[in-house]
Design a protein around this ligand. Structure first.
Ligand SMILES: [Zn+2]
Ligand SMILES: [Zn+2]
Length: 347
């Protein structure tokens, strides 16, 4: 079978490679992949950012996906052939202190599908039973492929933020995590504004508007005045930084109200800023990383209820047979959440 793999440590360098169909181990199920999404971290692998130096190459990438179980190992008891599933792709070891106390999202030895071992841009993946999550009835398969990033947004908003009805919320960054976070913050009762830059003007900010969200371009000149207007000159109660850009935190500090909360979701690398204003305004600085079982449950309910509008959000224009197109468009901000039909890899 063919899989789309990162093959060398340079920008681009994605190729279709031949792989054996895996044999599931005793505690694994073999999943026939139907749909797989393209994530910001997949684009990070495409550009080969330093966070991915640890990868052994070639590795088939892809970690946001859905499919059906076609075979189960002898010790698999909770799933059967034919079940529709997604994977929780950041796998805790089950043994370390964090896993023992129920914080496997910050496991000391976590491994990530599509980074540390072959991922879902191929027809079949063998997955340990404890990393599988059932897809509930009534969820379209193409939408189920977006459950994983939705769970990241669900964790950021529901578990790690204090967004409450009537709160004024700014989500910085109209990428996939930003637009999911924004929809969930709205479902939680917030009045939500999404900010982006000029590059987001072609696809991502218009998409935010199609999702019914208010938008601001931070490079438009009138940004500060708009924020002041929208918040009666008080500032936002909660600001989510999903930009992954060094400017995200400093601009969150400018936009949040005194006594408000900043939730860091994007991974920025490094930034330099004065932090006394944070202390003097008693800003609550909260991080949110990955997601767990409960976040996936919430993600599926939000998708099924339409609070997360996957029909509008998903971009099905791209193919794994011509994946450079999708990656280049993603990096240029000309798409937000490509979802591939993985069955196209059948030869
Ligand atoms: Zn992802
Ligand atoms: Zn662990």
């Amino acid at each position: 079978m063919r899989g789309l793999a990162k093959v060398s440590r340079t920008n681009g360098a994605m190729e279709l490679v031949e792989r054996e169909r895996p044999e599931p181990g005793s505690n694994e199920a073999l999943v026939e992949v139907e749909y797989a999404g393209l994530c910001g971290s997949d684009a990070g692998i495409y550009e080969f950012e330093s966070a991915f130096e640890r990868m052994e190459l070639p590795t088939v990438i892809g970690h946001e996906y859905t499919g059906r179980i076609v075979e189960t190992g002898d010790d698999v008891s909770a799933f059967s052939v034919g079940d529709r599933v997604v994977e929780r792709p950041i796998r805790g070891c089950g043994d370390c202190y964090q896993c023992s106390i129920g914080e496997e999202n910050v496991c000391q030895n976590a491994v990530i599908t599509g980074v540390d071992h072959d991922g879902a841009y191929e027809r079949f993946v063998a997955v340990p039973e404890r990393a599988l999550h059932p897809v509930p009835e009534g969820v379209d398969p193409m939408h189920a492929a977006v459950a994983e990033p939705t769970s990241i947004g669900a964790r950021a908003v529901i578990e790690n933020s204090r967004v409450s009805p009537g709160d004024r919320v700014l989500v910085e960054g109209p990428g996939p995590i930003g637009l999911l976070t924004a929809q969930i913050a709205r479902a939680q009762g917030g009045t939500v504004v999404v900010s982006g830059v000029d590059q987001d003007g072609t696809y991502r900010l218009p998409l935010a508007e199609r999702l019914g969200l208010e938008t601001i371009n931070v490079q438009s000149g009138a940004f500060e005045e708009r924020c002041a207007e929208l918040t009666d000159r008080v500032g936002f109660d909660v600001v989510f930084d999903t930009t992954g850009h060094p400017s995200g935190l400093p601009s969150a500090v400018d936009a949040v109200r005194k006594g408000g909360q900043i939730v860091l979701v994007g991974q920025t690398g490094e930034t330099t800023m004065p932090y006394s204003p944070l202390v003097r305004a008693e800003i609550d600085l909260q991080c949110s990383y990955a997601s767990m079982y409960e976040d996936f449950e919430r993600a599926f309910r939000l998708i099924r209820s339409g609070d997360v509008d996957c029909e509008t959000f998903v971009d099905d224009r791209f193919s794994l047979l011509d994946a450079d197109d999708a990656f280049e468009a993603f990096v240029a901000g000309e798409t937000c959440k490509p979802v591939f039909d993985v069955t196209q890899l059948v030869q």
